[in-house]
Design a binder for this molecule. Structure first.
Ligand code: APR
Ligand code: PHB
Length: 394
């Protein structure tokens, strides 16, 4: 089989890239290790920056998002039993975010792909890129016990943090930068009305908590837990009790509890691989970088990588401009590092790092107090939260 762009991974990165390319007449095949149902069962983030919303529109997948997504003009930071609002719209000259789940984005993209008749091979095992430094790379994979070969011009590694794409770059051609945090987030999804109209990020002596949502009837809540914690030890009741203790009293008083639909623990990590290109292979999204979820940047960074690679590919196929290929990595990384900084900073000011009320804890309080009490401080938070602009290629 032959195609122009072989895409490994049918997460949001692979599906969005595939859809944008397809609409420009650039043929692509997606190889996904799992089934479509499995991909949709993973509950992930839910806040889309304006530029990602615009990119989804360009990909023609805006109908459900417009019908069901919730535009948000602000969010709250809670600490010391106080609630401080970050008025995104006011502070950024009109920018907002859209609360719409990654699961929904993925489903919309899968349906759009099916509608245009582009090929996705699910349950493709042992995908392996070859000859990436040549003009004719290819990817082998196994399906139903047989080995297949997909010839292509370029390979897009959209296969997430544990994928094969990054690992197929020789060790002396890639550098990685990493920070692990000594805690994770225990998330819970429930069919209960959200406790507030906007997201609340709460810093508390017992640990961080986040009140988020998927719709007017479905809530998503998180509490910081240590890395040793096991999800089996968290009954719904225990979760609700812990959440209530960490959010301001007036918010807790409004909390509607109910049975959980899903509960899972995600570790927190910062990670960047450089460069994001090796020969004819490009790394996209989680394959190249991870951010802790505190700034809601993971999915949005994947979209900005897709935007850059898409525009490079359009120039390659429509104008023969192969000179832009080597700009992909630097353009992506400039924006990635700024989002890494914001996610790391939000993580560092909102989480509990030690049992004692130590110097670090006092610094966190001072940062929250200072940033939320200053117009300049609020602007810094708002500008990053709505998303920094996409860089143009030229
Ligand atoms: N072969 C084929 N597919 C693979 C392989 C492989 N060797 N390894 C992983 N995959 C698939 C995974 O099963 C998954 O469906 O690649 C996909 C990667 O998807 P994600 O992990 O969702 O990564 P990405 O598409 O980059 O999405 C951006 O940012 O912060 C996060 O929550 C956000 O998951 C989202 C991510
Ligand atoms: C979510 O709704 O899952 C969510 C929202 C904001 C974040 C992280 C996760 O910062």
């Amino acid at each position: 089989m032959k195609t122009q762009v072989a895409i490994i991974g049918a997460g949001p990165s692979g599906l969005l890239l595939g859809q944008l390319l397809q609409r420009q007449g650039i043929e692509n095949v997606i190889l996904e290790r799992r089934t479509g149902e499995y991909v949709l069962s993973r509950i992930r983030a839910g806040v889309l920056e304006q530029s990602m919303v615009d990119l989804l529109r360009e990909a023609g997948v805006d109908e459900n998002m417009d019908a069901e997504g919730l535009p948000h003009e602000g969010f709250e930071l809670a600490f010391d039993n106080r609630r401080e609002r970050v008025d995104l719209k006011e502070l950024t000259g009109g920018k907002t975010v859209m609360v719409y789940g990654q699961t929904e984005v993925t489903r919309d993209l899968m349906e759009a792909r099916e509608a245009v008749g582009a090929q996705t091979i699910y349950e493709a095992e042992n995908a392996q890129p070859h000859d990436l430094e040549s003009d004719s790379p290819y990817v082998t994979y196994e399906k139903d016990g047989e080995v297949h070969r997909l010839d292509c011009d370029y390979v897009a590694g959209c296969d997430g943090f544990h994928g094969v794409a990054r690992q197929s770059i020789p060790a002396d051609r890639i550098n990685t930068f990493e920070r692990d945090y000594p805690f994770g987030w225990l998330g819970m999804l429930s069919d209960t009305p959200p406790v507030a109209e906007e997201l609340i990020y709460a810093s508390h002596a017992r640990g961080f908590a986040l009140c988020s949502m998927r719709s007017k009837t479905r809530s998503r809540y998180y509490v910081q837990v240590s890395n040793e914690e096991r999800v089996e030890d968290w009954s719904d009741e225990r979760f609700w009790e812990e959440l209530k203790r960490r959010i301001p009293d007036d918010v807790a008083a409004n909390l509607v509890t109910g049975p959980s639909i899903e509960k899972s623990i995600a570790p927190l990590r910062s990670f960047v691989a450089e460069p994001m290109q090796y020969g004819r292979l490009f790394l996209v999204g989680d394959a190249a970088h991870i951010v802790p979820p505190t700034g809601a940047k993971g999915l949005n960074l994947a979209a900005s990588d897709v935007n850059t690679l898409y525009r490079v590919m359009v120039k390659v196929y429509q104008e023969g401009r192969t000179d832009l290929i080597e700009r992909y990595s630097e353009v992506c990384l400039r924006r990635i590092w700024k989002a890494e900084r914001f996610s790391w900073w939000m993580t560092s000011i909102l989480h509990k790092f030690s049992e004692e009320e130590d110097f670090n804890a006092r610094m966190q309080r001072a940062e929250l107090d200072y940033y939320t009490g200053s117009e300049a401080g609020l602007k810094v938070i708002a500008e990053n939260y709505v998303g920094l602009p996409y860089e143009s290629l030229e």
